[in-house]
Design a protein. Structure first.
Length: 149
């Protein structure tokens, strides 16, 4: 069954994508929750017109996202302070919330949900990388260092 997504759904598609899913998934979950609508011929025409009208707005968003990507990748001195033992192990771990707070202190507001740490658990002092999802396919790689406080 073809549906039109009304919002981004992980592992399925992005907003305004037309995807094919099993009938039960569409009728029992996606449509009742308001995540999607059925892709009837009339809905497809309306969808195509909406996409055409949004094309110029999308270009502005992409240029802003590209500027933000350049700004993020230009940051070099990102350090995360953490309490550590004498052997360099961190009490607890470093997570995306701490990275988001440091970025907002530098004047860049990023939602913590859009920060993906390459290392699953950061429990030692050292250098690490994270990926920031800015817009659909625009992602920035930031490097940060975890230091002892």
């Amino acid at each position: 069954m073809e549906i039109i997504l009304k919002q981004d759904i992980p592992n399925l598609g992005l907003k305004d994508d037309i995807v094919t899913v099993k009938t039960g998934y569409a009728t029992n979950y996606l449509v009742p929750q308001g995540y999607a609508i059925l892709a009837t011929p009339s809905q497809k025409k309306i969808h195509a017109e909406n996409i055409r009208q949004r094309a110029h707005k999308e270009e502005k968003i992409r240029t802003d996202a590209a500027l933000l990507k350049e700004k993020l990748e230009a940051l070099t001195a990102i350090t995360v302070g953490a309490k550590t033992s004498s052997t360099g192990k961190i009490f607890g771990s470093v997570n995306s919330l701490q990275i988001a707070e440091i970025l907002s202190a530098n004047g860049i507001d990023i939602d913590r949900k859009n920060i993906i740490l390459n290392s699953e658990n950061i429990k030692e002092v050292g250098s690490y990388e994270a990926v920031v999802k800015i817009y659909r396919d625009i992602r920035a790689l930031i490097k940060f260092e975890v230091v002892s406080e």
